[in-house]
Design a protein around this ligand. Structure first.
Ligand SMILES: [Zn+2]
Length: 319
C-alpha cells in the first residue's frame, strides 16, 4: 500500500523539520489512496530503452527483476538506500499468516526477517489474532521501488496489516482488492474505539519485544493508545515510533543481520518510552492540520545506481 515511509535514521532528539511539515501537507491528499489495490492480471513492465544510462532511476532497474540474486544472503546499505542479495520469499500461506497483494511481488526479505515474521505470526493466536496479514516486504533484489516506500530496500522492513487474519484462506482476488482497517479516529487525535482492540496492542507489543526488532513505525494516534495501554511494562515502547501514514498497518524493521557487514544500522532505541513531549508534538495544530506550503516542495530526484552501495550493481546484474 502506498505510504510515506520513515527515512530511517530519524532520531527522537531531532524535531521534525519544516520540510517535513511541507511533506505532511503534500501527504494529505495521499491518504485517500493509502490503500492501493493490486490486480489479478499483472502486466510485465516494458523493457527500458537505455538500461545502462547512468541517469536511469535505480527503481526502474530493480522493479524489472522478478527473482532474487542467487548469491549468499546479505543486506547491503541502509534501509532507504540499498539492496538485498539471496532474498527468500515469505510463503504466501502459512499456518498463521497470509501474504497480501501478491501481484506486487514484494514478499521477499533477508532470511532473518522471514524467520522473524514466522516467529511473530506463531505468537499471533496468543495475542487474540488468528494470524498476520503481511503487506509489502521488499522486491526480489530489494532496492528502491516504483511505488510506495522510501525504505523496504534491504529486506529488513515489513508492513503488517492492522486487520486480523480471517480464519479462512483469502482468495487471490481478496488479497488484491481487500482494504486494511483504518484504526485512527477521524479527528486523528486517537485510535477509533470502535475498531481498536486489546489484540492490536498485544500484537505490536509482541513484535517490539522481539530482540531482532530495531524499530516499529505507527501513526502517532496508535502510539498514544499503546502508551495508555502498556501498563508498567514499558521498555518495548521506545522501539515504537510515530510516523506519518501507518494508520492501516504497522511497519517492523529488524536489526542488521550478523551475515551482512555492509548493512548500515539504525541508532539503538533510547531508553525512554517516547510517551511524553515528543509524542505531544504530533498532536499540535501544525502537524494535525499543516498549512499547504505556498511553493510546492520540489520532489527529490530518484536514486540512481551511483547513489547506492557499489555492491548493489552485482546484485542487479547477477543472472
Ligand atoms: Zn512499511
Amino acid at each position: 500500500m502506498t505510504t510515506i515511509e520513515p527515512p530511517g535514521a530519524s532520531r527522537r532528539t531531532v524535531r521534525v523539520p519544516v520540510a517535513a511539515l511541507a511533506l505532511a501537507a503534500w501527504l494529505a491528499p495521499l491518504s485517500a489512496i493509502a490503500q492501493d489495490k493490486g490486480t489479478l492480471n499483472p502486466q510485465p513492465l516494458a523493457p527500458l530503452a537505455k538500461p545502462d544510462d547512468p541517469a536511469t532511476p535505480a527503481k526502474e532497474l530493480f522493479a524489472r527483476k522478478p527473482a532474487p540474486a542467487p548469491l549468499q544472503a546479505r543486506t547491503i546499505g541502509f534501509y532507504s538506500k540499498g539492496c538485498l542479495a539471496g532474498a527468500v520469499a515469505l510463503p504466501i500461506n502459512g499456518p498463521t499468516w497470509q501474504v497480501m497483494r501478491l501481484s506486487r511481488n514484494r514478499n521477499w526479505g533477508h532470511p532473518k526477517l522471514i524467520e522473524f515474521l514466522e516467529r511473530l505470526s506463531a505468537q499471533a493466536p496468543k495475542t487474540g489474532w488468528h494470524g498476520l496479514l503481511v503487506g509489502d516486504i521488499s522486491q526480489p533484489r530489494g532496492g528502491p521501488m516504483l511505488t510506495g516506500h522510501a525504505s523496504h530496500q534491504v529486506g529488513l522492513d515489513a508492513d503488517i496489516w492492522l486487520t486480523p487474519m480471517p480464519t479462512r484462506e483469502l482468495t487471490r482476488g481478496e488479497r488484491e482488492e481487500m482494504s486494511a482497517t483504518m484504526v485512527v479516529a477521524e479527528d486523528r487525535r486517537d485510535v477509533d474505539p470502535h475498531v481498536w482492540t486489546p489484540a492490536h496492542t498485544a500484537v505490536i507489543r509482541a513484535a517490539a519485544k522481539d530482540p531482532d526488532v530495531a524499530r516499529i513505525f505507527v501513526n502517532a494516534a496508535i502510539k498514544k493508545a499503546l502508551c495508555r495501554e502498556a501498563g508498567n511494562d514499558r521498555r518495548w515502547l521506545g522501539k515504537v515510533r510515530p510516523w506519518w501514514g501507518h494508520d492501516y498497518h504497522f511497519h517492523v524493521r529488524i536489526n542488521c543481520p550478523a551475515d551482512s557487514p555492509d548493512c548500515a544500522p539504525q541508532p539503538p532505541p533510547e531508553a525512554d518510552d517516547g510517551c511524553g513531549k515528543d509524542l505531544d508534538y504530533w498532536f499540535t495544530e501544525a502537524v494535525l492540520h499543516p498549512r499547504p506550503s505556498p511553493v510546492p516542495a520540489k520532489p527529490k530526484p530518484p536514486l540512481k545506481m551511483a547513489d547506492l552501495p557499489a555492491a548493489c550493481r552485482q546484485v542487479l546484474l547477477a543472472p
